[in-house]
Design a protein around this ligand. Sequence first.
Ligand code: PLP
Length: 433
Amino acid sequence: MSAPSSLQGTLSRTWLQRAEQVMPGGVNSPVRAFRSVGGRAPFVASADGARLKTVEGDELIDLVASWGALIFGHARPEVTSAIHDAVAGGTSYGMPTTSEVELAELICDLVPSIDMVRMVNSGTEATSSLLRLARAATGRDEVIKFEGCYHGHSDSFLVSAGSGLATYGQPSSPGVPAATAAGTRVARFNDLESVAAALSDDVAAVIVEPVAGNMGCIPPEPGFLEGLRTLCDDSGALLIFDEVMTGFRVALGGAQARYGVMPDLTALGKVVAGGTPAAAYGGRGELMRMIAPDGPVYQAGTLAGNPIVTAAGLTTLRLLAEDPSIYDSFDEAGTIISRRLSSAFTAADLPGLVHQVGGMVGVFLGIDEARRWDDLAGLDPELFARFFHAALRRGVLLPPSPYEAWFLMQSHLDGPLDEALSALEEAIAEAAS
Ligand SMILES: *Cc1c(COP(=O)(O)O)cnc(C)c1O
């Protein structure tokens, strides 16, 4: 009797070889494959607080934080036990539950511009559903996005889309119909004139990451978000904030609360589901009532708002709402990160820049200005790869691309961050030499 083919040869092949045989690049999301820094991604066995444990038993301080989905740390006990409790009662019913209502109420309470909300399974779904809604509400077809901003992988947004694509040198993707890409106009972040030039009465919506987080971390300059609001009001286009990354990360009420500018519609993801696969979209009541079954705009999801994700999301948001001092702590940590890494750049005689907004950090090696996508042309991938591996050898896992933001978690703050910064200072010196 022979072993099932999936077990044959497992002893002689590494996990990476097995993975690459059966999954494109060996991964389920491209940036995990380390193609832009070279080398092999670690396979993670488990994680706790600020640290990942690899299958080889190494411990790494994790500045990826599931790409921003984790705000407290890995395996926060309240969140994992809420998930355990929910799972014990079944994982999905396809019928309404009270925890969906509680989560929706809490989101509407916390995010200033949201009156009504719909849960979906990913950020990609949230933004693509919002685009459909914006088109239906305005009777217009076109959309304006910004160079270097990422809104998930749906066709209309896969144009000049930042980190993941920049890493792979693909300005857009084969398979996106030319007609679809043509309906997407691209403007420059922090450049209102480029938006004014792209606007017309064919434009249904302007979509923006209010703090750009898929080209490092680039904050909006004073007046930029306010200017978008005015331009949209004047032209009749809707303003969509993609807060999949910034929501509950740069402030309890997201970037809209932090900067005091209200979009018409908002996409949420990552933190909203406490590290489980869910996202949400919401906005003003009269727009959201256009969504089926209240209105004619169809959007649905078999597993949307299931008990696992609502337990994780509700517990996470309740903990944040009980003690929002986490955002001040992130800003204080940001000052320290900025001071220590900037001194390390100077000591290494390397240009460099640190941006931080709440729990998002952008570290730009080798350039001294980052206001928009063009400014990132001077990033040197080889310099970044040396820095990345020097950090990894010292036990610090950074996002494996010069275009990705780093993410703070609460569990970094009492010790691991200090440890990571010491390692990063050495890594900067090593990369520059
Ligand atoms: C991560 C991200 C998305 C996509 O979310 P997925 O859950 O990966 O589909 C969309 N917009 C922004 C700003 C993001 O950071």
